[in-house]
Design a protein around this ligand. Sequence first.
Ligand code: AMP
Length: 285
Amino acid sequence: MSDKTLRFDRLEPLREQVDAWRAGGDRIVLVPTMGALHSGHLALVAHAKAIGQRAIVSIFVNPTQFGPNEDFSRYPRDTETDLALLAQAGADAAWLPSVETMYPTGFSTRIEPGPAAEGLCGTVRPGHFSGVATVVTKLINQVRPDIALFGEKDFQQLQVIRSVVRDLDMAVTIEGVPTLREADGLALSSRNRYLDPRERAIAPRLHAVLAEMAERLGRGAEAAPLIAEGTTALETAGFGPVQYLEVRDAQTLAPVVRAEREARVLVAAYLGATRLIDNVAVVPA
Ligand code: AMP
């Protein structure tokens, strides 16, 4: 394990380091994050180290993927703690660009992803996936990794990025990493720290409801009645509003009536002031 994570806040030295590593034959793996790191992020770093020689973690709270009434300004930022966690996890480099570095005066280009960005978070967060696609494209062009890792926790994001990389012939392999959960099922998320103790006690119901739906869908149940039942179960538990609860094809994200091939149940719901998302795989029996 390396106890030194090189820290970069300017692009040129970062690129020189990456070029030197690559010249030495190292496979470079990028893990894009918004910081406020938790064990879910660190699982991505561990995977990066398992499949490559160099793990580079970017930390950038990207303003262009937040809507005007979202939590950009209060999103948790704790760079020194993040860097200590990255050193423990054996990350080789942290890429910490400023907003000015990413979006200098005159910046004017945006990536508009296609159908994978429609519906689900794409509907309730207009412009979100354009912001994500643009910043991820920039990060990949900056770091030029062989592989970039994304969590299945943000399943639609993973599929959007796959489609952008495919459509734009980007020379990088995208890999998804399974969601890391607390013992009670709650998916680890930087936003979990917004939950008060009462909300934290309710939060695992989100995964429990999805897991039960996924199990019944896998045995051939129809989606629509399960969605109605699941929504009621979440509202009864104390969630609300439930922004969406849907069953989609795992590859295309097209809506599914009955799961005949691999699908996903996906949810976004508020718990108090905190918006939580999660998803679970449906594997037809
Ligand atoms: P974020 O900092 O929330 O943008 O997340 C950075 C990366 O970590 C994204 O690819 C997320 O999907 C991934 N991630 C976040 N939470 C988890 C988790 N609980 N398990 C696995 N990956 C996660």
